[in-house]
Structures are given as structure tokens and as C-alpha cells.
Ligand binder design. Structure first.
Ligand code: CAA
Length: 699
């Protein structure tokens, strides 16, 4: 006999004999919002007050156990009860309470499990404490209970990486007590009956002593100081785990204080913007319509880009036909793809026993006729409009009706390419970022005549490839490269005016970029920018200050960066040192231009660089190239190594404010009124007192 009562609309109690089953039902991911917290507290209190049940089992409905605290509540006024208090009540329950975890038990969800007296995992479970990825720390007992179960080193690694631990490892580490298969309710009922029968042991986590490990704490703290000094929450995590040697109540107090400190940082706000932005960016009507079936992809061009795109498609289980003009190009492409797949096996992205069957999904040809049956072609040859037009003309004749014809161009006009075909509705830009099988950004460039189901197919492809699809309009450089082309000039101006390339790099690395712009230039190859400057020389605005003087001098020496051993830096083995010849070029170029160098602080470097980036980003939003400010943010987070904890250029812009930005640009414009112009959108925002976040909400 069983009977069920609802505690509220998220929590219910079902009685089956001596067992009380608490069910959490809060779709989509059973996050512990206020009603779940309140319901759990009330359910445990009620069951204990009645005293009739001999065992309690908590499980969740739907595709997953609890995915953590409800992130949407962060930053809003708090409504009790607090999660740690609810978990303390569960842990203190006189009647044994167990939990059954399925899907993912993350953050507050796993912490709920840790507060119960035994945990059963269901096959396929993954557990994790991903709070660090949101600029937080496990603030509902995770830093105190995890070390008690697994020891300090494992707990530290889990908390600091935020990684999801597979079920088997969780069992071995002592996080879960049993691993079973089946329906969560059935497993919960059986496990609770085992508790009553004495065949499943229960214990309170707060009564397990932590094995002290000061050496692990010290080592970790020292490592973080060296590698993550610009981040806030990792250091707080270590502080909280260190407190686990104290009695539970004291440790929990220290954890709570550290959690609240993290909650109040802009880093937390930036990381949560990134979390929701990643989901919102492709949550647009155009992405949701009917899409065309894509199972077989043609890739034209076996260079780094084409091979990377082919690899990404193969890894997603798609058939790929790679086409090149000459056998040596094809051989190089096959070698690159094979190497990429081997790398994917090494990184754990592809199972070793799937490597050969994945490679077998690749066919190659020197004849474009081989593309007659593909569902999608992605052209990835070099950036020459004439060559691209020729290819698209041929594709028009070869490809089956309804095939999608895409270009991976980084800046060329998709409308012009589409116009050479008799089916411009099937033509789209799919702009991947190198290495294409690793970088998660895919700009989906919608031309004037691109059909809605072709746009939706672009988004479906992004999802299939595990990428973040961002809608972009047609213009030179689309969203990312157009903004990059503008702000990268600032780095050159700063050097001409008195900073060193090394100072610019280190200032921006201090801001959070993994590499400063000169190091990135050396890595990407300085010849790329050199070619672009030559291509644009004839159309350059004569009023605009030339930014390429120093880079041109470096390239004229045949120094293209890392690949030639020299660029802004000299590369010898693992050693990277400044290229002293560049200092001479800088001095000579300053003299030629009549510049008296002046000192820059790191802050001024960051301010100028970021203001330039924000200015062009504002124009990109204003003219509709990007749908919303958050679209620009996601492009930079997933394609340009923008520091995630800053949320993206326009989230960061809000932390400065439109009025302050306008004032800054006007100030810089006193030196150079051509480059520093106030975007109309920023001017309007400053006048109305609005933010980019407001625009995201309205869109
Ligand atoms: N709070 C609120 N909403 C959440 C959420 C959360 N913790 N986790 C996911 N969602 C929402 C998503 O925004 C998405 O909403 P839309 O459909 O409106 O876009 C929806 O749930 C489904 O999420 P996904 O699209 O990501 O679904 P998925 O199946 O690909 O992944 C998941 C599911 C693995 C649980 C993933 O959503 C995830 O990693 N969530 C975040 C988990 C997390 O960081 N938890 C820690 C929270 S902080 C905490 O718990 C603090 C503490 O110590 C007390």
C-alpha cells in the first residue's frame, strides 16, 4: 500500500510501508529553488515529527537529480530557508535518510546527497562541484563534507576543477556507497528497505573525521597563487577546505562566509552571465524552425581550417568527403585529420576503439563531382573572392537540390558569393575558428537571401558539433574579426606612443587574457595581418593613423612569429625572450612619425584596449550585425580567449557604464578624432542611463 501527499508543488512524500520516499520534481534540472528548499525542510521535519517511518529516501523526477542551486536566484533578494540549514536538518535527522542520484548531481545537488546518510548512484551518473566555474565555492557543506568522505587531495581537485566525476570513480572515491541500475523510485524504495533490513549501512558525514593534509593545502595554495592570482574563488575554496579539520559547525561558518564573499564579486556575475549567455545565444526563433537533414558533409580545402572542420564533423559522427585540387594537398589534409583524431583520443574526446571507424567515415577526392550527394558543403580555401566565386559556381552545377552551400570565409561578402549561384537561398556563412575541432565558436552568417531552414540547419549543425552557434550579419569580418580589426590597432598605437609590446601583453594578461596581443600575433602568424594590410592599402582612409608600421618592419625581415622562430619575441626551445631588433624598429618608426614616447600604466593600456573593443562592439550591435550584446560576448568568450570571468566585452562595459565610456572616448579623441569616435548607441545609452544588460533583456 502506498499513499502520497504533496508538501508543495515541487516536493512530495510517498509512504510505502515503513519507508518514506521524498520526491523532488522541479523541471528542467530540479534546481534547489526556494520551494524545493522549503519543501525538503518541511518533509524531513514532518517525517521526524510523525516518527513512523524507519527509513527515508530522497530521489528526483525527470532526466536528472538536482543540478544545484537555482542560479537564477543569485544576486536577487534571498528568501529562506538557506540550503546549508536545510542540509543540516537532513543530516541531523534521527530517521536514516539516503539519496538516490541519477543523471547529474551537481553543486547543491551533490551537497544534498552528501548531507544524507548514504548515497546510491544510478549507472550513468556524474557528480561534480562546478561552483568554481561560476566564481563560487560549494557553499552548502561541500567543502566540509567532501574532504570527510574522500580525503583532502581528492576533494581539492574536484572542487578546484569543477569537473564531473563518472559514477565508477565516485564509487571508488567514497562519494557514493553503491552503484545500481534502474528507475530512481524503485532503486530508492529497495535501498530504503535495505537500510531497514541492515544490509545498507548509513552514517552521518559530519561524524567522519577528516585526515589532515596541510601539505596538500599548502601546495595547492602556492600553485594557485602562481597560476590563478587574478581569480578570486579558487583561493577561497582552499581556505574553506582547510577549515574542514574544525568541528563541522565551525567549518560550515567559514565556508558560508567565503561563499558570500564570492557571491559579491563581479567575477561571479561575469561567469554566470557566461553560463546563461551560452544557452541564450542560440535560443532565437531563427534557430528553432525546421532544419534540413545533414548526415554527409563535403569539405573543400585540406589546409588547417578545412582539416579541422572535417575533424569536427567526423567527431560528431558525420560522414565527410574532403576535396582538394592536388594529391599533395589531399595527403596533407588526411595526415592532419588523422593527427587531429589521434589528439582527440589522447585528450579523451574520442574512444581509442572508435578511432579507426571514425576515420573510415572520411572519403577523399580530387574531383568536386564527389560532392554531388552531400547535404552540406563547407568551402575552406584561401581568402580570394575570385576563387570562391569559381568554386560556388561549380557547386551550383554539381550539388543535389536542397544541399546547403557554406563558406568558411572570415570576412568576405556572402551575398556576393551567393549571387554567382542559381540558389542563393541555400548559401550561408559558417565561420569556424582555428583549430576548428577544438574552438567552440561557430559564427552563422546569414546573407540577404539565406532561407530560414538553412539558418536553422546552421544552428542544428553547431549543436551537433558541440559548438556555440552565434548569428551574425554580413559585413567585413562579421562579428568577431570586425571588432578585432578595430581594437588590435590600439595595441600598435600604444607601442608607437611609448609602451613596449611586452608591457602591453603583460597588462592584458593581468586583465585575464591567456596571451597578450603580440604573443597571439606571433602564434597566429604575423604574415596574415601583413597580407591583410597590403590588401586594404588602396582603400585605407588616409585620415586614419597607420597601425602596421612596426609589424611591417618585422615581416620584411621574414619574421612571421613562432613558425619562423622570431616575431615580437624570439622562440628558442621553450624560451621566449623579447626580440631586441623590434625595439630598434619601434624607435625608428617613432622618430619617423615625430612621436615623443610617454609612459603608460598597465591600467591605461587595459582601458584603451578595452574601450576600443567596446566601441566597435557597440557599432556591431547598433547596425544589427549582432542581434544582442550577449551575442558579441559569446563570440569573444568562445572564439577569442576573452577572460570568462569578465563575462565578455559588453558585460564588462556595463561594469564601467556608458557615460564613463563616452567620457573616455571623448578624452582619447583629443589625440586622434578619426580613430576614437563615440558610437551612437553608447551616446544614447549614456543619455538614457541604460545598459547592455537592459538590451539583452528586451531582445
Ligand atoms: N539553476 C537554474 N537553471 C539551471 C541550472 C541551475 N543550476 N542548471 C541548468 N539550468 C537551466 C538552463 O539554463 C537551461 O534553461 P533553458 O532551457 O531555459 O535554457 C535548462 O536548465 C537546461 O539546462 P541545459 O541546457 O544546460 O541542459 P543539459 O542537459 O545540457 O545540462 C546540466 C544539464 C548538466 C545540469 C547543466 O545545465 C549544468 O551544468 N547546470 C549547472 C550546474 C551548476 O553549475 N550547478 C551549481 C550551481 S551553484 C550551487 O549549487 C551553489 C551551492 O553550492 C549552493
Amino acid at each position: 500500500m502506498s499513499d502520497t501527499i504533496a508538501i508543495n508543488d515541487k516536493i512530495s512524500i510517498e509512504r510505502v510501508g515503513d519507508v518514506a520516499l521524498i520526491r523532488i520534481d522541479n523541471p528542467p534540472v530540479n534546481a534547489t529553488g526556494q520551494a524545493v528548499r522549503q519543501g525538503l525542510q518541511d518533509a524531513i521535519t514532518q517525517i521526524n515529527a510523525e516518527g513512523t517511518a524507519k527509513a527515508v529516501a530522497i530521489y528526483a523526477a525527470g532526466r536528472t537529480f538536482v543540478a544545484g542551486a537555482d542560479i537564477r536566484e543569485f544576486g536577487k533578494p534571498f528568501v529562506p530557508p538557506a540550503l546549508p540549514d536545510v542540509f543540516n536538518i537532513i543530516e541531523a535527522s534521527a530517521i536514516p535518510v539516503i539519496s538516490v542520484l541519477h543523471g547529474t548531481a551537481l553543486g547543491g545537488g551533490l551537497e544534498l546527497g552528501l548531507s544524507t546518510h548514504a548515497r546510491i548512484g544510478i549507472e550513468g551518473l556524474r557528480v561534480g562541484l562546478p561552483e568554481i566555474l561560476l566564481g563560487l565555492l560549494p557553499g552548502a557543506g561541500g567543502t566540509q563534507r567532501m574532504p570527510r568522505l574522500t580525503g583532502v587531495p581528492f576533494a581539492l581537485e574536484m572542487i578546484l576543477s569543477g569537473r564531473q566525476v563518472p559514477a565508477k570513480e565516485a564509487l571508488e572515491a567514497g562519494i557514493i556507497d553503491r552503484l545500481e541500475s534502474g528507475d530512481p523510485r524503485e532503486v530508492a524504495l529497495k535501498a530504503a528497505q535495505d537500510v531497514i533490513a541492515g544490509t545498507l549501512k548509513t552514517r552521518r558525514t559530519d561524524q567522519i573525521a577528516v585526515v589532515p593534509d596541510q601539505a596538500a593545502l599548502d601546495q595547492t595554495a602556492a600553485h594557485l597563487k602562481k597560476t590563478q592570482s587574478h581569480l578570486y574563488s579558487p583561493h577561497k575554496c582552499v581556505e574553506a577546505v582547510a577549515a574542514a579539520v574544525l568541528p563541522m559547525a565551525e567549518g560550515l561558518k567559514i565556508e558560508r562566509a567565503a561563499f558570500m564573499d564570492c557571491m559579491n564579486t563581479p567575477q561571479r556575475a561575469g561567469l554566470i552571465h557566461a553560463f546563461f549567455g551560452e544557452r541564450a545565444v542560440s535560443n532565437i526563433p531563427e534557430a528553432k524552425g525546421p532544419a534540413r537533414d545533414i548526415t554527409h558533409v563535403g569539405v573543400i580545402g585540406g589546409g588547417t581550417m578545412g582539416s579541422g572542420i572535417a575533424t569536427a564533423c567526423l567527431l560528431a559522427g558525420l560522414r565527410v568527403t574532403l576535396v582538394e585540387v592536388a594529391q599533395d594537398g589531399l595527403d596533407r589534409g588526411i595526415a592532419t585529420i588523422t593527427g587531429n583524431l589521434d589528439g582527440a583520443v589522447k585528450r579523451g574526446k574520442l574512444k581509442a576503439d572508435k578511432r579507426d571507424s571514425t576515420l573510415a567515415m572520411l572519403t577523399t577526392s580530387l574531383d568536386m563531382g564527389a560532392l554531388a550527394d552531400v547535404d552540406l558543403v563547407i568551402e575552406a580555401v584561401f581568402e580570394d573572392m575570385g576563387v570562391k566565386k569559381d568554386i560556388f559556381g561549380k557547386l551550383d552545377a554539381i550539388c543535389k537540390p536542397g544541399a546547403i552551400l557554406a563558406s568558411n570565409t572570415s570576412y568576405l561578402d556572402i551575398n556576393e558569393i551567393a549571387a554567382v549561384t542559381s540558389r542563393p537561398q541555400d548559401v550561408i556563412g559558417l565561420h569556424f575558428f582555428s583549430p576548428a575541432h577544438v574552438m567552440r565558436l561557430l559564427e552563422i552568417v546569414v546573407a540577404d537571401k539565406t532561407a530560414p531552414d538553412v539558418v536553422a540547419s546552421g544552428f542544428a549543425l553547431a549543436k551537433k558539433l558541440g559548438k556555440v552557434g552565434v548569428r551574425a550579419g554580413v559585413c567585413d569580418g562579421f562579428i568577431g574579426n570586425r571588432i578585432l580589426a578595430h581594437y588590435s590597432k590600439t595595441a600598435s598605437y600604444l607601442v608607437l606612443d611609448g609602451a613596449t609590446p611586452q608591457q602591453v601583453d603583460s597588462a592584458l594578461e593581468g586583465f585575464g587574457f591567456a596571451m597578450g596581443p603580440h604573443k597571439v600575433g606571433d602564434l597566429a602568424g604575423l604574415d596574415i595581418g601583413w597580407m591583410t594590410r597590403k590588401r586594404k592599402a588602396a582603400t585605407r582612409d588616409p585620415k586614419e593613423r597607420y597601425a602596421g608600421a612596426v609589424a611591417d618592419r618585422i615581416c620584411e625581415e621574414g619574421w612571421f612569429g613562432r613558425k619562423t622562430g622570431k616575431g615580437y619575441y624570439v622562440y628558442e626551445g621553450k624560451d621566449i625572450t623579447p626580440n631586441l631588433a623590434v625595439d630598434r624598429f619601434i624607435a625608428e618608426e617613432r622618430e619617423k612619425a615625430g612621436i615623443t614616447p610617454r609612459p603608460f600604466t598597465d591600467q591605461e593600456i587595459v582601458d584603451r584596449y578595452m574601450t576600443a573593443m567596446i566601441s566597435e562592439a557597440a557599432r556591431v550591435v547598433e547596425d544589427g550585425t549582432a542581434r544582442r550584446p550577449l551575442d558579441v560576448d559569446m563570440v569573444f568568450l568562445f572564439g577569442y580567449g576573452f577572460p570568462r570571468h569578465r563575462g565578455g566585452p559588453l558585460h564588462y562595459a556595463d561594469t564601467i557604464g556608458a557615460a564613463a565610456l563616452v567620457a573616455r572616448i571623448k578624452d582619447y579623441a583629443k589625440e586622434d578624432a578619426t580613430y576614437w569616435q563615440v558610437p551612437a548607441l553608447l551616446e544614447k545609452m549614456a543619455a538614457n542611463g541604460t545598459s547592455f544588460a537592459d538590451m539583452n533583456k528586451e531582445a
